[in-house]
Ligand binder design. Sequence first.
Ligand code: DC
Length: 218
Amino acid sequence: MGYIQIAIDGPAGAGKSTIAKEIADRLNITYIDTGAMYRALTYKALISGANILNKDEIICLAKKSDIKFYQDNIYLDNKIINKEIRDISVSKNVSYVAQIAEVRKILVDIQRKIASSQDVIMDGRDIGTHVLPKATMKIFLTASVEERSYRRYVELKSKGTVVDLNEIKNDIINRDKIDSERAAAPLVKAEDAIIIDTTGLSIKEVVEKIISLLKGEK
Ligand code: DC
């Protein structure tokens, strides 16, 4: 029998990582945050002074980068960069990096390799449609743009970051647009994915719903 593969896709701020992490803990399986990998490369591009809009430069950087997960940490060239990749400068630029087909191929290969040897829950934009098309279960999480922006605002504020709610909302709208309209593996619901609108739902409610679905309950 193959390994369990749970795909969680959806727009920015829908609650994918919080929900996926919680389910991974409950089921004792590995959680892979694929957005963190695109963020890691974006962070590297920013600190190395590369031109984010220059595809060739970014592809070259991707080929030279070692991006991996180990014990819930993301490593870039053997350095933990969990905090750095959440910086607003990374959030603003990551969609440009993520639309480069060659970059996606490099990172998707790593993602598939991870899923080939263990049970995983993976979140992103193209997991159900492209990375793991035969996933055991596919969930498409969404919520209103107002709620998604407010959640990000509360999260960043709690971490001590000074943020403007409107700036976050505009950033989310811009990212969703680029992520959904790009040619390479755009953000789109897989035909066989189950949609969960998390607007007004608590984390616990969403987690319980997915666990019941996994158990085959209604
Ligand atoms: O989930 P996140 O906000 O950390 O994702 C960061 C960006 O990476 C997001 O704007 C879209 C992109 N991304 C992607 O294109 N494909 C994935 N599988 C995951 C993220």
